[in-house]
Design a protein. Structure first.
Length: 459
């Protein structure tokens, strides 16, 4: 048995009573939280984390992410999904994924994200990285069979052989990795989107998921293109289509829901499906929460900073409220201006994500019997302290560099600001070499894209 005591921190538990302990202790035995309270009587713990002048909270749960860091410094400058994003994906090689995956694990851990849901084309390499790094992951290989070259021209053509390869890869991921890495790795099925994977894919994924007790996730109503294609094929909205297929239930999570009707959202509520909200899109977050729909937050971007993500998403909600109701509407309707609060957003980034992924009995809050996934924010920084409310200040001004300790499954993955399971410098240097190789090959075969990049890049 190993044990650890996190002592004396301003402890934000996110439990059902929203318990906050101004000077709280958390006692961990092996990989589980054994006790939470003030001045716990623990004799000679093996390890003590001095959490005085720290905010102690559950590790972040990133409910929708992709490993796209190899796009950094290219896609932001060029921004063409069909000419840059999709072609670049084709230059990745499966053997490079562990190298890129380890750098992503470093980013997740450094930023306090102990649990992530990752959708990726070549997931096995990332699984290897997670096993080494020590974080927790809900992992899927995305399944599509649309011809992306034809889609670039607005033509939907579906390739059976592409479908078969993707489905086989997703099933093999389950057989090879589900429950591995001391249970930190779990897998799920991911038909990519209703316009990119046909009904038979959803039904096969649902059958496999039910047979093996897995969850499913998908991109849903994420684009006008998807919405139009599903309407054209089935005469329904994307959520109505999935409902009629019989795949919409409490084990399904849908990312984005940028386009949706009141009827769509009612179907989602009635079936218990969850929504994965990403900052890059506008969505009626407050309405979802008022309806009681489970909502998690996801980065869905080229970086995985959950501190920044929660801030951006709250700003996005406030901006949407101002556009919908106008300035006078905002100041006269406290519901729209006061919500979501800073605490609400931190809850969505922890317990909200856990519930949306069906993991709320395991992670997302600091409670006895749950997994010991905990982070500590150093409050002794001039942009955080002095403050009367550490939670508000951490939400508004905290950065990954302020996270001193990250504990996942009872193990310190970041201690006093330094990663313990990953040589971060070496991981990043190797990832840089790999990214350069991917992009150089892409530019060599697409000189017109190199020219565009060179015109915009800082040199």
């Amino acid at each position: 048995m190993t044990d650890m005591l996190i002592k004396g921190g301003f402890t934000l538990t996110m439990d059902p009573k929203d318990t906050v302990l101004k000077e709280g202790d958390v006692y961990i035995v092996d990989d589980v939280i054994a006790d939470v309270g003030a001045n716990l009587n623990v004799r000679d713990p093996e390890h003590v984390v001095d959490a005085r002048h720290h905010l102690v909270m559950p590790g972040y749960v990133n409910s929708h992410s992709h490993l796209q860091q190899y796009f950094r410094g290219v896609y932001e400058l060029m921004g063409d999904f069909f000419e840059t994003n999709l072609p670049l994906e084709g230059y990745r090689r499966p053997e490079q994924m562990e190298t890129l995956g380890l750098a992503s694990c470093a980013e997740f851990i450094y930023g306090g994200c102990t649990t992530s849901m990752v959708v990726y084309t070549y997931p096995d390499g990332y699984a290897e990285a997670v096993a080494e790094a020590g974080n927790r992951c809900h992992l899927a290989g995305d399944i599509e069979h649309v011809d992306l070259e034809k889609l670039k021209e607005g033509v939907f053509e579906y390739l059976p052989e592409k479908r078969d390869v993707a489905v086989r890869r997703a099933k093999d991921l389950y057989y090879d990795w589900h429950g591995k890495a001391d249970g930190r790795l779990t897998t799920l099925m991911c038909p990519k989107a209703p316009d990119m994977a046909m009904s038979d894919v959803y039904l096969e994924c649902k059958e496999f998921a039910d047979e093996h007790g897995l969850r499913m996730t998908t991109h849903l109503s994420q684009s006008a293109r998807e919405y139009r294609q599903v309407q054209r094929l089935f005469g329904k909205t994307p959520p109505q289509h999935l409902y009629d297929l019989g795949v919409m239930d409490e084990k399904l999570s849908g990312a984005h829901l940028t386009y949706g009707t009141a009827g769509d959202f009612q179907l989602i509520k009635d079936t218990g499906m969850s929504i994965l909200h990403c900052h890059s899109v506008e969505s009626p977050l407050i309405d979802w929460l008022d309806m009681g729909i489970p909502v998690g937050l996801g980065t869905d971007d080229y970086y995985h900073d959950m501190c920044d993500l929660a801030r951006k998403q709250r700003s996005g909600v406030m901006a949407r409220a101002s556009k919908v109701g106008g300035y006078l509407g905002m100041i006269s309707d406290s519901r729209r201006t006061a919500r979501p609060s800073f605490y609400d957003m931190l809850r969505l980034a922890t317990m909200g994500g856990a519930k949306a992924l069906g993991m709320d009995s395991v992670v997302g809050s600091i409670e006895p019997s749950k997994k010991a996934d905990i982070i500590t924010f150093n409050l002794m920084n001039p942009y955080i302290t002095p403050t009367r409310d550490p939670v508000t200040s951490v939400f508004l001004y905290g950065t990954p560099a302020d996270i001193d300790n990250v504990i996942c499954d009872g193990k310190l993955l970041k201690q006093d600001g330094r990663l313990t399971t990953i040589d971060m410098r070496q991981a990043l240097l190797k990832a840089q070499v790999t990214c350069d190789q991917i992009i150089d090959r892409f530019f060599q075969e697409h000189p017109e894209q190199r020219k565009i990049w060179e015109q915009k890049a800082t040199r």
